[in-house]
Design a protein around this ligand. Structure first.
Ligand code: PXG
Length: 457
């Protein structure tokens, strides 16, 4: 290993606290991967190894690495005005242009955006805005937000409370009051619990109806909103059965609650449509966005607001007491503008729909023939493999057997990044991945599965 790599690893272990990491273990291990360079769908570590990034950084580098127009946009904006705020009656051209572009590409009834630095802040903003929305209408008791188990909506106190991750709730006294969780539409998980295949459409309906029962139980006059990701990402790429979203739509239409569709992962082309809401024909009242908005080149997020909500908010004759220093940060906004323009110019969303997603699906599905794979599922460019001990009866490996951790380590060795989430291996490659890179991705995934199977046998 190069001396410079070892030095970097030592310094990192000593001074850098990493997100979602075991601090004690990390500071001792000194084996962190140092990522130095990138191009297209590849990253390069400090040893010069070329690695196919099948996770788009962290579900965000949708347009791939090294896009010159994004780099130029940041450079140009830094020269004119790198930062100015959008408080106290000021704005700047990139924030104006980005708001307009977002209104153009989002569903017709959504025409405004409140900017944040990322998805967590977008979801915190959502909670305050939703409660304010009801309060303005003399319904201050409509406070509760219904979310789902195993959802991920961020890491701040409020967004981690919205999320349904048990391990996160264990730390820091979460969830905060006024947030309740119902089941996730985890079809494969239900097959595992059942020891065999169940009917997916019936299952989707059953899980969706939990929302209706929960609203009845709590009282419609107490419930402010329901939040969900179109496809759960960090929870393990949980693609709901086809019956799920139409039923959720029906329930939200019939009840007086707001529907919040968290587009932080599913937005910006992931499903072969601009938003997951377009794919599933959902009509959101609010849409948190981030990640793919700037292809992750600079941190920016936002809360997209429908006419229904903004019409009410604008009747309030005082301030909405909320905002961040970096709301609408000019340089971040300029990069997001360049990113969306590039997406439009290259017609990437259509390419995903007509070529990338179908080709990736055909290849990814072939992995279900591997002895370790109980299911391979994919929608757009979001894919998961369910790793099982026995495919016939949906039997999982014993808890703590770390099979997916072993597979993830082989991925790095073989020059590919995939994520291990519980019993799942997941992917979310850049939208710009081409067919031969998809071939490489799937060949490497097969090889890693083989090596894992050999090691555990
Ligand atoms: N909503 C969703 C659906 C997300 O996936 C957030 C909100 C929060 O965004 P910020 O920008 O505040 O991180 C996310 C973030 C993982 C992982 O382990 C996923 C996310 C973040 C970090 C790790 O898969 N998603």
């Amino acid at each position: 290993m190069k001396k410079s790599t070892i030095k970097m690893q030592k310094l990192d272990a000593k001074h850098h606290l990493h997100p979602f990491s075991n601090f004690g273990e990390f500071s001792k291990s000194k084996s962190v991967h140092v990522i130095e360079k990138s191009a297209g769908v590849y990253i390069y570590n400090s040893e010069g190894q070329k690695i196919l990034d099948a996770m788009s950084g962290l579900w965000c580098v949708n347009m791939g690495y090294g896009q010159q127009s994004l780099i130029d946009a940041a450079n140009k904006q830094m020269h004119s005005i790198p930062f100015y705020n959008s408080f106290f009656g000021t704005t700047h051209p990139p924030a104006v242009e980005l708001s307009k572009l977002l209104s153009d590409i989002s569903p017709n009834h959504i025409n405004q955006v409140f900017f944040t630095s990322g998805g967590s802040e977008a979801n915190d903003t959502m909670i305050r805005m939703v409660r304010h929305f009801w309060s303005i209408q003399d319904k201050p008791e409509k406070q509760i937000i219904i979310s789902r188990k195993n959802a991920y909506h961020g890491s701040t106190m409020a967004s981690a409370s919205l999320g349904g991750m048990k391990n996160m709730h264990k730390q820091g006294g979460l969830p905060i009051p006024g947030i309740v969780h119902i089941s996730q539409p985890d079809f494969f998980g239900a097959c595992v619990d059942n020891g065999g295949q169940i009917d997916s459409l019936e299952f989707g309906l059953k899980i969706a109806k939990e929302l209706e029962y929960k609203i009845d139980e709590l009282g419609e006059d107490k419930v402010a909103a329901f939040i969900a990701e179109p496809i759960q990402g960090a929870g393990g790429v949980i693609i709901p059965p086809e019956s799920y979203w139409p039923e959720i739509n029906r329930i939200c239409n019939e009840r007086d609650i707001l529907l919040v569709v968290d587009e932080v992962i599913c937005g910006f082309g992931r499903t072969g449509e601009w938003f997951g809401s377009d794919y599933y024909k959902i009509k959101p009242d609010l849409m948190p966005i981030a990640k793919g908005l700037s292809s992750g080149y600079l941190p920016i997020g936002g809360l997209m607001v429908s006419d229904r909500v903004s019409d009410v908010l604008s009747t309030y004759d005082d301030d909405f007491e909320h905002g961040f220093t970096y709301s609408g940060h000019p340089t971040c906004a300029a990069v997001a503008v360049a990113n969306i323009r590039l997406m439009q110019q290259t017609n990437i969303v259509d390419t995903v729909k007509t070529n990338t997603a179908p080709y990736l699906a055909s290849k990814w599905k072939s992995l279900s023939e591997h002895p370790l794979v109980g299911e391979s599922r994919i929608l757009g460019t979001l894919g998961a493999l369910e790793i099982v001990e026995n495919k016939e009866n949906y039997k999982r490996f014993k808890e703590g057997s770390k099979v997916t951790g072993i597979c993830r380590d082989y991925c790095f060795k073989n020059g590919i990044v995939m994520r291990a989430v519980g019993d799942k291996m997941i992917i979310c490659p850049p939208l710009v991945i081409n067919n031969s890179e998809i071939d490489e991705l799937v060949e490497k995934a097969w090889k890693c599965l083989d090596q894992t199977a050999k090691e555990i046998s």
